[in-house]
Design a protein around this ligand. Structure first.
Ligand SMILES: Nc1ncnc2c1ncn2[C@@H]1O[C@H](COP(=O)(O)OP(=O)(O)O)[C@@H](O)[C@H]1O
Ligand SMILES: [Mg+2]
Length: 363
């Protein structure tokens, strides 16, 4: 049995006409770091709150460490939770904020001190122990909130968008701190975020949701390279994957503007019997360089440049191609002017195909 098992979990809030979570099935191994990701309103917090016990489970079973948890009180589930709005006690020092929960548990004083020392050490808060929250930076406050959660030494750590109140730079450094904390503590962690970059960079495994339903669960690169459907393909990765609705005839993809792409034998096999599909390709798999054009001469396409976004390390090039706006990720030295005409190729082995109706990936 896995450490956590969610079996056919459904949630419908009182007064709602639809489910907020539908048929949620997932197993999480001990020590795993799992991210729930998806757009706002897709049911991430609801699922996490059902695991924590703050929301009733409408139907289905929640098992933690071999025990059915549906009716177990939050305080008896062995869970620590960090919320988006981690209100610290303003009148208490850092160390008091961290130890307060332990005092409430009536632990012996020396044990409380030991745990608080440990948390301050692991989170780099030793110099700040006597400060009050108003004299801390956002990242330091966030670390205190984490400290408050880790001293409980729970087997299960739940975090609901804990970084969304921080500015971009701090988010990146806290991302790293939470990851390294997880490597040290190795406690099972479920991390909720709407930010696919956080999910990609931190999680062992990502569960991507839409409208209360799991779309795909897998390792970050599995989702990136083998998205199960068009939603996952579009959600993971930045800039977004380009999608083209294309007809298939005589071994060619026919684009809206009349341009054609000759399918490889493998692609023909994959798409046999289909007349219309959605082709997806990521920005980094669109190539302008001469060696690629030479290699794929028979499939050269034409672009009219609209705009170049200079990112510093690389550029996003926006252009009209095959009848629609398309984006490619190119070398930082490749800057074009609006109106420039360029040739490019799609890398055949990097094309994704989705059923035009169901949007499911075609393997
Ligand atoms: N207390 C509630 N009562 C009724 N509906 C709710 C409640 N909390 C959340 N919902 C609804 O459930 C859905 C999922 O919400 P939530 O789990 O908060 O999404 P997420 O965390 O992914 O943004 C949304 O449609 C939301 O409006
Ligand atoms: Mg939420």
């Amino acid at each position: 049995m896995s450490f956590i098992e969610l079996k056919n979990i459904n949630k419908r809030y009182k007064g709602n006409s639809t489910n907020s979570v539908t048929d949620f099935n997932l197993e999480i191994e001990e020590g795993e770091f799992v991210a729930f990701v998806g757009p706002s309103g897709c049911g991430k917090s609801t699922t996490l709150r059902m695991i924590a016990g703050f929301e009733d489970i409408t139907s289905g079973e929640l098992w933690i460490n071999g025990k059915l948890m549906n009716q177990v009180k939050p305080g008896d589930r062995g869970i620590s939770m960090v919320f988006q709005n981690y209100a610290l006690y303003p009148h208490m020092t850092v160390e008091k904020n961290i130890s307060y929960g332990l005092s409430n548990m009536r632990l012996p004083k020396d044990e409380i001190k030991k745990k608080t020392d440990w948390a301050c050490h692991i989170l780099g808060l030793e110099e700040l122990r006597k400060r009050k929250p108003k004299n801390l930076s956002g990242g330091q406050r966030q670390r205190v909130a984490l400290g408050r959660a880790i001293v409980k030494e729970s087997d299960l750590f739940l975090m609901d968008e804990p970084l969304s109140n921080l500015d971009a730079k701090l988010r990146v450094s806290m991302r790293n701190e939470i990851s390294s904390l997880h490597r040290k503590l190795k406690n099972t962690t479920i991390y909720v975020t709407h930010d696919q970059v956080e999910a990609m960079t931190m999680a062992d495994r990502i569960v991507i949701m839409k409208d209360g339903v799991i779309q795909q669960a897998g390792k970050p690169m599995e989702l990136y390279e083998h998205p199960a459907n068009q939603f996952v393909a579009g959600f993971i990765g930045s800039p977004q994957m380009n999608f083209f609705t294309v007809d298939i005839a005589d071994g060619y993809l026919l684009f809206g503007d009349g341009s054609r792409y000759e399918l490889t034998n493998e692609q023909k096999r994959k798409l046999s019997g289909l007349k219309k599909v959605t082709m997806g390709i990521r920005g980094e798999d669109i190539k302008f360089a001469k060696n690629y054009l030479d290699e794929h001469q028979h499939n050269i396409m034409h672009a009219t440049i609209e705009n170049t976004e200079v990112m510093g390390n690389e550029n996003n090039m926006y252009f009209q191609a095959a009848g629609q706006l398309t984006v490619a990720r190119v070398d930082k030295y490749e800057v074009c002017n609006p109106g420039d005409q360029k040739d490019f190729v799609f890398l055949p082995e990097k094309m994704h195909f989705f059923d035009a109706e169901t949007e499911k990936a075609i393997d």
